[in-house]
Design a protein around this ligand. Structure first.
Ligand code: NAD
Ligand code: UDP
Length: 319
């Protein structure tokens, strides 16, 4: 059996990746320091004899006994409120952490895939964003701790690929959603659904004309799985190109949840990108991948998940 190390295993994407690799017949080693993750996301995996878990901060030296065929580096705070709260850890996990995992991949002769992000494009001046666009990032702004760390992560990964001949893959993930997102992670989908469920008004930042394109988690995981097994070493966008303004999205959530709450407007956070939509031609060409789950279907199952949470969980998420 092939063995894969997944960092950030107790997080949103990492936990879904653990599920998928176990389903596909791999041995999975999960690693996480739980800084933004939750053991609840992987508690169902502990009865699986092919799953093991290490509680470890990957910004410190990483040791995993035994062989490894693949490494997927998904450890990193991912939501703006998280990385504004823990900026140094955010910088470290994508720089020092990535360095450690590249070193581990080299020692184990494993192929490594790193989780990059659409944030490497910053507030983009090219629309939709293709992989050849170099981006427009404010290195010293509040989001710089995330965006710039991810840009460094890509650079060091390509250096290991070119200098050491390491087999590397880079996925540029665009906004992804689904069950197991944290209600209080501040990202727009849990924020709006949490507000609707608690009977609070929905907070749209700015005038809501900024756009995002939301990808359902199963589609994202499938794109990542295909990329890992492809022979393409340069970055690939994985996301759903269906773009919507945040104001229209708030209206969709009001309809979906049947809430009678209003929309209220709050200041737009600094450096909040005004538009974002992936160009996925490369993923279509190299991986034969395109998203299958439309927003109506994906949002229904996401809403069902959030509705199933206890009252305590729902109210613990107020901030
Ligand atoms: P998440 O916060 O749910 O998961 C991240 C996990 O990493 C958490 O379990 C956290 O505890 C763990 N972690 C953080 N620092 C760590 C460290 N130093 N050592 C060990 N574990 C650590 O976030 P997510 O949405 O699942 O994001 C996962 C990855 O995907 C991140 O690298 C993120 O940058 C990337 N990404 C996600 C999205 C998205 O829309 N969800 C978009 C772009 C990129
Ligand atoms: N947003 C909003 N209200 C909220 C939370 C977020 O209007 O309560 C906006 C945010 O300003 C951004 C968009 O929704 O324009 C997506 O935000 P998110 O944090 O989900 O992701 P990112 O900005 O990293 O794409």
């Amino acid at each position: 059996m092939e063995r894969v190390l997944i960092t950030g295993a107790a997080g949103f994407l990492g936990s879904h990746l653990c599920d998928r690799f176990l389903e596909e017949g791999y041995k999975v080693v999960g690693m996480d320091n739980l800084i933004t993750g939750d053991m609840k996301n992987i508690s169902h995996l502990f009865q699986d004899e092919y799953f093991e878990f290490y509680h470890h901060d990957v910004s410190k030296f990483v040791h995993v006994p035994g062989h490894l065929d693949y490494i997927l580096h998904f450890a990193s705070p991912a939501s703006p409120i998280d990385y504004l709260k823990i900026p140094i850890q955010t910088l470290k996990v994508s720089s020092l952490g990535t360095h450690n995992l590249l070193g581990l991949a080299k020692a184990k002769n494993a192929r490594i895939l790193i989780a990059s992000t659409s944030e490497v494009y910053g507030d983009p001046l090219v629309h939709p964003q293709t992989e050849s666009y170099y981006g427009n990032v404010n290195t010293i702004g509040p989001r710089g701790v995330y965006d710039e760390a991810k840009r460094f992560q890509e650079a060091i990964t390509m250096a290991y690929h070119r200098f050491h001949g390491l087999e590397t893959r880079i996925v540029r993930i665009f906004n992804t959603y689904g069950p197991r997102m944290r209600l209080n992670d501040g990202r727009v989908i849990p924020a709006f659904i949490g507000q609707a469920l608690r009977g609070e008004d929905l907070t749209v930042f700015g005038d809501g004309s900024q756009t995002r394109s939301f990808c359902y988690v199963d589609d994202q995981v499938d794109g990542i799985f295909r990329l890992l097994h492809s022979d393409y070493a340069e970055p690939v966008n994985i996301g759903n190109p269906h773009e919507i303004s945040i104001l229209d999205f708030a209206k969709e959530i009001i309809k979906l949840t049947g809430t009678h709450q209003k929309i209220v407007f709050k200041p737009l956070p600094k450096d909040d990108p005004m538009q974002r939509q992936p160009d996925i031609s490369l993923a279509q060409e190299k991986l034969g991948w395109s998203p299958k789950v439309d927003r109506t279907e994906g949002m229904k199952s996401t809403y069902t998940y959030f509705k199933s949470l206890s009252k305590e969980e729902l109210h613990a998420s107020e901030h």
